[in-house]
Design a protein around this ligand. Structure first.
Ligand code: C5P
Length: 300
């Protein structure tokens, strides 16, 4: 994630959202987590965090935009605490967080904010952690966080914390319309509602990756999300909305992660604006026109 210096003691990061282009659940583990295989794809819908180094040792946070906790429970603050524990040094911090990415939407906003704080603190630190150690800190805070240290497009395995970056040249850049239906979806409940039938055949990740590599603007790949079924079961009204917006716009809308955001591929911005007009006429929720966000060289 790119960190820009804006003063002697302050930096700015723009943590991006992600979409899950593919998500298969392999089995439920003994530790209660689910073993997954997913393709995470960063998009240019970004929060913004200004991080200022202050005297003392207190960590303060202020938030604007979509609701987010303005206290120690915010993942951005927990990330700073975890970072300081890992380097066994600390200083004071003021975090100014602008929430542009809705929380509880399956877009990874909170996780990305945490990764942004870890990355920023590592640039302010005289003896920074190695990428692998930063990944360990990230993974201990949440399954989705390590991905955002790398960004771009990546395969995530394990509970989501084991990252294999994919070369951008194998992943066509796409334009997406994202809808936030103004309902938040609790990830643990969606996983709990999933029926883990070991006899059902699993979707093949490698076949999806081949399809993704061959896809272009006119022919998006066959996105897949095993969490879509339990999401639709838990939120029947949102299932209806997903069907209605897909029918009204003529594009299949897909659930990202454990929901509630849904996305569709469009050929270009113009087509995206037309889709958004239809969604707004239906009062479907908050809409975003976004594009794939490439990994910056040297950040993987
Ligand atoms: O890792 P994270 O704190 O983001 O996960 C939130 C919750 O989602 C977990 O407590 C667990 O209930 C569920 N989860 C899961 N399997 C995963 C990731 C998350 O069951 N691979």
């Amino acid at each position: 994630m790119n960190v820009s210096r804006i003063g002697a003691d302050s930096v700015r990061v723009r943590p991006p959202a992600k979409l899950n282009l593919f998500l298969e659940v392999l089995y439920k583990r003994d530790d209660g987590y689910h073993e997954i295989e997913t393709v995470m794809h960063a998009i240019d819908l970004c929060d913004e965090i200004v991080i200022e180094r202050t005297r003392g040792t207190a960590i303060e946070i202020a938030t604007t935009g979509y609701p987010a906790p303005a206290d120690g429970t915010n993942l951005a603050v927990r990330a700073a605490e975890a970072y300081f524990s890992a380097v066994t040094r600390r200083f004071g911090l003021k975090l100014d967080l602008k929430k542009i990415i809705p929380a509880g939407a399956g877009l990874g906003g909170g996780s990305s904010d945490a990764a942004g704080v870890l990355t920023a603190l590592n640039t302010l630190e005289d003896h920074p952690l190695k990428h692998a150690d930063l990944e360990l800190v990230a993974g201990s805070l949440g399954s989705d966080i390590p991905f955002f240290l790398t960004g771009g497009t990546a395969i995530a395995r394990g509970r989501g914390e084991k990252i294999e970056p994919l070369d951008d040249s194998h992943v066509p850049a796409q334009t997406f319309v994202v809808l936030f239906p103004r309902v938040t979806s609790p990830t643990p409940l969606i996983y709990k509602s999933l029926s883990c039938d070991l006899t059902t055949p699993k979707r093949d990740l490698h076949r999806f990756l081949e399809d993704l590599g061959r896809s272009d603007r006119g022919r998006p790949p066959a996105f897949f999300n095993a969490l879509a079924a339990p999401f639709r079961q838990v939120f029947p009204m949102l299932a209806r909305k997903q069907d209605e917006i897909s029918a009204a716009t003529g594009r299949p809308f897909h659930v990202s992660g454990s929901g509630s955001a849904m996305f569709a591929v469009v050929e270009n911005e113009r087509a995206g604006e037309e889709v958004i007009e239809v969604l707004q006429a239906m009062a479907a929720g908050d809409t975003f026109l976004t594009r794939s966000l490439r990994r910056r060289l040297g950040t993987a």
